[in-house]
Design a protein around this ligand. Structure first.
Ligand code: 5GP
Length: 207
């Protein structure tokens, strides 16, 4: 069975990642999504087990020590991590998985699984738009927004480590999701991933 690939999607806070990924979920229902664990308190409307597994720092440390966390990072004062239990099952079923994670986690995944991980950075069309979107959310304090904006600039500086960069133009979520869908489809058709099929065909097997 063909192995599932890991598509890491990162984007500075406010770049519209959540909306684009939501669109992708509708467009590609067979793709798995991992619900991360975080020590950040839920925002209004966020549901435990759906948006995140909201856990205490003590529980997070426990999971880390038990080797249950695939990658993790501290982001603006809170811990975030991908649980092995969320990711491994999907990949073993031969399905792709999307991880919506920040840059440090993305780099951990890329170095852990260089052949199976593809990293996409999503960026807002310009820094002012990023700030406008972040403030427009209206759920964070000024101090948190400033920290997130600073971190955003740092994250974009690490784009060279990514395989793809996609700009999320305002009002064009569908177009942006379609571009990422194109990347996902194309990645499966890389020669390295088609090699066994090609060799089988050359040996007279039906594809
Ligand atoms: P937020 O607090 O806005 O939901 O997320 C803050 C940042 O943490 C975002 O860039 C988000 O992609 C990232 N993030 C969410 N879950 C994970 C995770 O499991 N691992 C890592 N490394 N980053 C995560």
């Amino acid at each position: 069975m063909e192995k599932g690939l890991i598509f890491v999607i990162s984007g500075p806070a406010g770049c519209g990642k959540g909306t684009v990924v939501g669109k992708l979920r509708e467009m590609m229902p067979n793709i798995g999504f991992s619900v991360s664990a975080t020590t950040r308190p839920p925002r209004p409307g966020e549901i435990d087990g759906v948006n995140y597994h909201f856990i205490t720092r003590g529980k997070f440390t426990e999971l880390l020590e038990a080797g249950e966390v695939l990658e993790h990072t501290e982001y603006c004062g809170n811990m975030y991590g991908t649980l092995k239990s969320e990711a491994v099952r999907t990949l073993n079923e031969g399905r792709d998985i999307i991880l919506e994670i920040e840059v440090e986690g993305a780099l951990q995944i890329k170095s852990m699984m260089p052949d199976d991980a593809v990293a996409v950075m999503l960026i807002a069309p310009d820094p002012e738009e990023l700030e406008r979107r972040l403030r427009g959310r209206g759920t964070e304090s000024d101090e948190v927004i400033k920290r997130r904006l600073k971190r955003s600039v740092e994250e974009i500086g690490l784009a060279e480590n990514y395989d793809y960069v996609v700009i999320n133009e305002t009002g064009k979520t569908d177009e942006c999701a379609a571009k990422i869908q194109g990347i996902i489809n194309a990645e499966h058709l890389r020669y390295q991933r088609m090699k066994d099929t090609v060799n089988g065909y050359a040996a007279g097997q039906k594809i």
